[in-house]
Design a protein around this ligand. Structure first.
Ligand code: ARG
Length: 458
């Protein structure tokens, strides 16, 4: 017998049962559902809406059910539709009439909003912890590569020399913003919707704040229609997750490039690479490629959620049952991507010599040569022109700017003297960029310190 069967004179068709049921995917919210019900029923007892002894028995039995689920003793029943009715059915099976009082003053509409918010709240904490691990890994790597010179790129063309630490700390900033975005999202997730009822609240003298307090919410929703129909918090999380995946995907792309023999900046550990079934020599960066690929899937979840919510009239509509699978999938994938990425970074080998050689080629010190001429009193635009000509000359001779003799250099500008060589060494190019946010080791160290303070305060 279905809990709502009263007004029906026929059984639901088996195909309809299957189509309608969400237990396949919402069973993962069993813990939140039980804790939410336990808080609700305690409040019903405390407010004299049901006898306190009944409330106590229901609460105790709910916790027993929780333990049985956790020990794998319970199989959910598809004909009970969703996690909410599965738990309620189990409760009634165990304590009969008293169990039937649990759903007083509540609807599945505010119940599912509650469970979903509680579930998301827990997962935000898990994802934040993984992001913090990622940040620790980046700091650890950066600390040992403050002097590891590599080319910085624009348009994927070598541009100016930087260090690996500086490059990695750029990702630190991205993941830091991701953590901050999750914190901000959390504020709107952590609002308690129970008491909204089906849509128009309830006539019972319930105490919503009491429930909110037991469950650790920061406040209660202020409109019952909004309480049951709002899924902004899910959209916000999906957006946060999508942005995390943008960052991971860009990072993946660099790892893939860097591990190619054309770059040879890094070598991924065997434990996080795979081979080819036909080409014996292959070692592929599959972890990074999968992360790059899964970004598409997470963006898809965001788009799916936006599209499900678009155009829904107030308040609850069954369309909204479609909110869970997409978000769960996005959450699962972001967690597994972060987990594997951290291990991949932690174990990769860095080929400092190849990074340095790449920085040496490609005239990455050309800007510094122009800046040298500026210091000799020439306006920057003219310096740019002079150095451009010097670069063209060097390309013809297949040499670097620093390989020109002083006589060759002086053909382009009389202002150039012997001190030019130390001004355009890679160390000078990097070390001279001491401005806050620059690649000089002391500047990167300062950003590492501020990063550590951020992590310590989490
Ligand atoms: N399984 C449903 C969901 O996920 C629970 C709410 C159902 N409410 C209803 N009136 N049918 O949205």
């Amino acid at each position: 017998m279905k809990l709502w069967a009263g007004r029906f004179s026929k059984e639901t068709d088996a195909m309809m049962d299957d189509f309608n049921a969400s237990i396949r995917f919402d069973s993962r919210m069993y813990r939140q559902d039980i804790l939410g019900s336990a808080a609700h029923v305690r409040m019903l007892g405390a407010c004299g809406i049901i006898p306190p002894a009944d409330a106590e028995l229901i609460r105790k039995t709910l916790f027993e059910i929780l333990e049985d689920i956790e020990q794998g003793k319970i199989e959910f029943d598809q004909s009970a539709e969703d996690i909410h009715m599965n738990i309620e059915t189990l409760l009634i099976e165990r304590i009969g009439q008293v169990g039937k009082k649990l759903h007083t003053g509540r609807s599945r509409n505010d119940q599912v909003a509650l469970d979903f918010r509680m579930y998301i709240r827990d997962e935000i904490k898990n994802i934040k912890a993984l992001l913090a691990d990622m940040e620790q890994t980046l700091i650890k790597l950066s600390e040992s590569h403050l002097d590891t010179i590599m080319p910085g790129y624009t348009h994927l063309q070598r541009a100016q020399p930087i260090t690996l630490a500086h490059h990695l700390m750029a990702y630190f900033q991205m993941f830091r913003r991701d953590i901050e975005r999750l914190d901000d999202c959390y504020k709107r997730v952590n609002i308690m919707p129970l008491g909204s009822g089906a849509l128009a609240s309830t006539t019972y003298p319930i105490n919503r704040m009491m429930v909110a307090e037991e469950l650790g919410f920061d406040g209660i929703t202020e409109n019952s229609l909004d309480g049951v129909s709002d899924r902004d918090f899910a959209l916000e999380l999906a957006s946060c997750l999508s942005i995390i995946m943008v960052h991971l995907s860009r990072f993946s792309e660099e790892i893939i490039l860097w591990s190619s023999s054309e770059f040879s900046f890094i070598e991924l550990d065997d434990a996080y690479s795979t081979g080819s079934s036909i080409m014996p020599q292959k070692k592929n960066p599959d972890a990074a490629e999968l992360v790059r690929g899964k970004s598409g899937r997470v963006f898809g979840s965001l788009m799916a959620l936006l599209t499900v919510m678009k155009g829904l009239p107030l308040a609850y509509n069954k369309d909204m049952q479609e909110d869970k699978e997409s978000l769960f999938d996005a959450i699962d994938n972001v967690k597994s991507c972060l987990g594997i990425f951290i291990k991949m970074l932690d174990t990769m080998k860095i080929n400092k010599a190849n990074m340095r050689n790449a920085a040496k080629g490609g005239f990455t010190n050309a800007t510094d040569l122009a800046d040298y001429l500026v210091r000799k009193g020439i306006p920057f635009r003219d310096c740019h022109e002079i150095v451009g000509k010097m670069v063209a000359y060097c390309i013809g001779k297949k040499i670097g700017l620093e390989d020109m003799t002083i006589e060759e250099m002086r053909q382009f500008s009389e202002c150039i003297t012997e001190d030019v060589y130390e001004s355009i060494s890679l160390e000078a190019c990097v070390g001279g960029r001491k401005v806050p946010g620059g690649p000089a080791p002391e500047s990167v160290l300062a950003s590492i310190e501020s990063g550590k303070a951020f992590l310590d305060a989490l």
